[in-house]
Design a protein around this ligand. Structure first.
Ligand code: NAP
Length: 348
């Protein structure tokens, strides 16, 4: 079933078991030959210096082991803006990184300690624990189809970070072999909004398919733990729920940001806080590629309705303003005039 590479063996261990499970039995601790240097007897108890230190020594070694077991070999496919942003944190946490993309990012990858593979066959032959799909929404299907998944281990974990969720879920389930695990995720932040860290920022995930064996569950937890360790607010929800919410939160935000950008707003000497919020919104949204924004529209079925509602909202606000203006104009035109029509009648 599983191959016996060292990284696979690691996956057979629980990732977050209580530390005491990693300690050897007490009898073994005291059997170890360290008793030669004895401290003075006190009240009949012999205290052996090294024996006394041993439980602590084991504990720190166990903690080290625990770290090792959480460490994953992650292949990032799509090493653009967001893939690189994630890679920096993965590398800081000590994971082994591989990367592949359409463009040549070999020197950028080297700068974060990732091995870069121009050829996806070479990447897959490295047998990563996790393949992380971080390509654009629009290119996801084509990119996935270029991956020689038969070269991967039989139960590799696939994770996507696309900003829409139902589309990649269906794509991964229909394209990957049934033995592969699938987790669909959306870190709801990016290089701009999370430049000071990920603490408190929402991370949405759906464990779409995780095989029912300890090693596979442990691997899934080790991956999710990357975000938990950074302080993300972990939000488990279905891909469909995500897309319904994201149309309102993300697509609306990006649309308003892009509309404001069309106005070419400039900073002024009398900026209010509200106006500065708008300027920041333009920066935050327009620093993402248009492909990303387009993907939010094309691949979330809730986005069209949101656009229609936005248009209706703009029309309603305009109508309210113009109705008020017409009332004032009519008053000015007709009030006091012998020919003035009854304004109540006019309004009807
Ligand atoms: P993006 O424009 O959505 O995607 C850029 C990536 O897609 C690059 O790796 C690029 O490869 C690849 N790509 C684009 N067209 C391609 C094609 N025709 N064939 C092969 N590869 C292609 O920008 P991004 O910000 O890096 O986002 C990447 C993914 O993360 C997206 O799915 C996005 O929804 C998601 N995401 C982004 C953010 C964010 O804040 N930016 C946050 C959460 C999730 P090359 O660079 O090699 O050309």
């Amino acid at each position: 079933m599983l191959s016996s590479s060292t990284s696979t063996l690691r996956l057979h261990q629980p990732t977050r078991g209580p530390r005491r499970h990693l300690l050897p039995p007490a009898s073994h601790q005291f059997r170890s030959a360290t008793a030669s240097r004895r401290l003075p007897q006190r009240g009949g108890t012999v205290i052996r210096a090294l024996d006394a230190a041993q439980p602590f020594d084991y504990e720190s070694r166990a903690a080290g082991l625990l770290e090792d077991r959480q460490r994953l070999k992650i292949a990032i496919v799509g090493f653009g803006n967001f893939g690189q942003f994630l890679a920096r944190t993965f590398a800081r946490q000590g994971h082994t990184l591989l990367a592949h993309s359409r463009s040549d990012y070999s020197s950028l990858a080297a700068s974060v300690g990732a091995s870069y593979f121009q050829d996806p066959h070479d990447l897959c032959e490295c047998h990563p624990d996790v393949v992380l799909l971080a390509t654009s929404i629009l290119s996801a299907e084509a990119v996935l189809r270029t991956l020689p998944v038969h070269r991967l281990r039989r139960n590799t974990l696939f994770v996507d970070v696309l900003s829409v969720k139902e589309f990649p879920k269906n794509l991964l389930l229909s394209t990957l072999p049934p033995d592969f695990d699938v987790i669909c995720t959306h870190p709801m932040f990016g290089p701009e909004s999370a430049r000071d860290g990920w603490d408190g920022l929402p991370f949405v995930f759906d464990k779409v398919r995780v095989g029912d064996c300890p090693a596979r569950r442990a691997r899934a937890e080790a991956f999710l733990n990357i975000f938990e360790r950074e302080g993300c607010r972990m939000v488990e929800m279905t891909c469909a729920e995500h897309d319904a919410h994201a149309a309102e939160t993300q697509f609306l935000t990006h649309t308003v940001g892009r509309m404001l950008a069309m106005l070419e707003l400039q900073s002024t000497p009398i900026n209010t806080k509200g106006y500065e919020t708008l300027l920041r919104l333009v920066d935050n949204t327009c620093s993402d590629s248009f492909d990303l924004y387009n993907g939010l529209f094309m691949y979330n079925k809730n986005s069209t309705e949101l656009l229609n509602r936005l248009e209706w909202a703009m029309d309603s606000v305009k109508k309210k303003l113009f109705d008020g203006l017409h009332d004032v104009l009519r008053k000015q035109l007709f009030e006091g005039s012998p020919h003035a029509p009854n304004t109540t009648t006019v309004r009807k």
